[in-house]
Design a protein around this ligand. Structure first.
Ligand code: NAD
Ligand code: MG
Length: 390
C-alpha cells in the first residue's frame, strides 16, 4: 500500500484526489488530510479514509475537529506547525493542494523526506521555484506537476530531450469574460467572475482565470518547472479547453495533449506516474466536437500576462511579490472593495512601489526571504487599495 497525504483535501483538487483514491480500495493508505474551516467535510474524509491525522489550518477550529473525530482514534491537530508536522510523517506521495502562498511551507517541508510531491499549488513555484527545485534535488524528492497545462507539457515531453524543445504553448480557456468588452469588465461582479465556462474549480482560481492572473502564474510556473526561457513560452486562447498545452520542437513538430476538462486527468497522471491507470474521465469524441479554435490573448483587456513577463525578467523575489499582491487584490475584489479591472492596477502599483523602495528581483536565499517579500507586498497592497481606481 502506498502511503498518501493530501494537503487541501477539502478543496476542489483535494476532493478530486480523494475520489481517485477511493476508486482503488486497498491500494493506498491515507496518512494526513488537511483543510480549513470546513470541519464537517474534513472529519468525514478522515473517517472515510481512516487517516492517521486530520489537520485544520485554523487553531480556533480545533475543538470542533476534535469533537467530530472523538472515539475514532484519528488525531486532530491545527495550525501552521501542525501542517509541517504532518508533512514530515512518512508518505510515498503527497498532494500539495492548499490554495495560495500558504501552500508553500508544507510542500517544502515534505520534500525533506525525499517523497514524491504532486504540485497543484502553483504558487509554490511562482514564489519560490529555484528554492523548491534545489530542495527536491538535495533530498532526491520528485516534483510532479498537477496543473492541467503543466501535466500536459510533462506528458508531451516523455522520451524527449529538453535541448530539442523550442517552445512551450499553454492554452487558456479565456475564463468567464473572454468575450466581454473592456467597458463591461469594469463592472464585473464577484458572482460573474466566479463562474467558469469549462472547468469546475475553487473560487479563487476561477476568478484568477477570468482576470488571466491564473495564466500569468502559469507562465512563471512553466519557466520554473521546465527551466525554459520566458520568450520560449506562449499563451494561446482556446475556448474549448480540450488541448491543454503543446510542446514545439526544433524540427517544427508540435506535440499536443488533449483531454476532457477534468482535473482528475492531471491528478490521476501524477498519482499513478510513471504508469498510466484507467481514469473515470470522459473520452473525447473528436468527430462530434468537430472543430477546435485558437486565438491570441488580448493583453489590453487582461494586463496580467504582461505583468508576469516583467516578473519573469526580474526573477528572484519578484515572483513572491507578484503572487502576494495578486492574492491581496483578489481579497479586495472578493470583499467588493475594488472592481475587477482594479486588480491588475493594484498589482502593478505594488510591483512599481516595491521596485522603487526595496529593489525587486534579488536572488532568493531562503524561505524566510520569500515569506518576508510576501508580507511586505501584501501590506503594501492593502495600503494601496484606496488609491486604485475601482
Ligand atoms: P480550493 O479553494 O477549492 O481549496 C483550497 C484548499 O486549501 C482547501 O482545502 C482549504 O481549506 C485549504 N486552505 C485555504 N486556505 C488555507 C490556508 N491559509 N492554510 C491552509 N489551508 C488552506 O482550491 P483549489 O481550486 O482546489 O486549488 C488548490 C490549488 O490547486 C491552488 O493552488 C490552485 O491554483 C491549484 N489548481 C487548482 C485547479 C482546480 O481545478 N481547482 C487546477 C489547477 C491548479
Ligand atoms: Mg491550469
Amino acid at each position: 500500500m502506498r502511503r498518501i497525504t493530501v494537503f487541501g483535501s477539502t478543496g476542489s483538487i483535494g476532493v478530486n484526489t480523494l475520489d481517485l483514491i477511493a476508486r482503488r480500495p486497498g491500494a493506498f493508505q491515507v496518512v494526513a488530510l488537511s483543510g480549513g474551516r470546513n470541519i464537517k467535510l474534513l472529519a468525514e474524509q478522515a473517517r472515510a479514509f481512516r487517516a492517521e491525522v486530520a489537520v485544520t489550518a485554523h487553531e480556533d477550529c480545533l475543538p470542533a475537529l476534535r469533537e467530530a473525530l472523538a472515539g475514532t482514534g484519528i488525531e486532530a491537530t491545527a495550525g501552521k506547525a501542525a501542517l509541517i508536522e504532518a508533512a514530515l510523517r512518512p508518505a510515498d506521495w503527497i498532494m500539495s493542494a492548499i490554495v495560495g502562498a500558504a501552500g508553500l511551507a508544507p510542500g517544502f517541508a515534505a520534500l525533506s523526506q525525499g517523497t514524491t510531491l504532486a504540485l497543484a499549488n502553483k504558487e509554490s513555484l511562482v514564489t519560490a521555484g529555484p528554492l523548491l527545485l534545489a530542495e527536491a534535488a538535495k533530498h532526491n524528492a520528485r516534483l510532479l506537476p498537477v496543473d492541467s497545462e503543466h501535466s500536459a507539457v510533462f506528458q508531451a515531453l516523455v522520451g524527449e530531450e529538453m535541448a530539442a524543445v523550442e517552445r512551450i504553448i499553454i492554452t487558456a480557456s479565456g475564463g468567464a469574460f473572454r468575450d466581454w468588452p473592456i467597458e463591461k469588465l469594469a463592472h464585473a461582479t464577484v458572482a460573474q467572475a466566479s463562474t467558469h465556462p469549462n472547468w469546475a474549480m475553487g473560487q479563487r482560481i476561477t476568478i484568477d482565470s477570468a482576470s488571466f492572473f491564473n495564466k500569468a502564474l502559469e507562465l512563471i510556473e512553466t519557466k520554473e518547472y521546465f527551466g525554459v526561457r520566458p520568450e520560449q513560452i506562449e499563451v494561446l486562447v482556446h475556448p474549448e479547453s480540450l488541448v491543454h498545452a503543446l510542446v514545439g520542437f526544433k524540427d517544427g513538430a508540435l506535440m499536443a495533449h488533449l483531454g476532457a476538462p477534468d482535473m482528475r486527468h492531471a491528478i490521476g497522471y501524477a498519482l499513478n506516474w510513471p504508469e498510466r491507470a484507467e481514469l473515470p474521465v470522459t473520452r473525447l469524441d473528436l468527430a462530434k466536437i468537430g472543430a477546435l479554435t485558437f486565438r491570441a490573448p488580448d493583453e489590453d483587456r487582461f494586463p496580467a500576462l504582461r505583468l508576469a513577463r516583467e516578473v519573469m525578467a526580474m526573477g528572484g523575489t519578484a515572483g513572491a511579490a507578484f503572487n502576494a499582491a495578486k492574492e491581496a487584490a483578489l481579497d479586495a475584489f472578493i470583499g467588493e472593495e475594488i472592481g475587477f479591472l482594479a486588480m491588475s492596477r493594484l498589482v502593478e502599483a505594488v510591483l512599481t512601489e516595491m521596485t522603487a523602495r526595496h529593489g525587486l528581483g534579488k536572488p532568493l536565499d531562503s524561505l524566510d526571504m520569500v515569506m518576508d517579500t510576501d508580507a511586505t507586498a501584501r501590506a503594501l497592497a492593502r495600503s494601496l487599495v484606496p488609491t486604485v481606481r475601482t
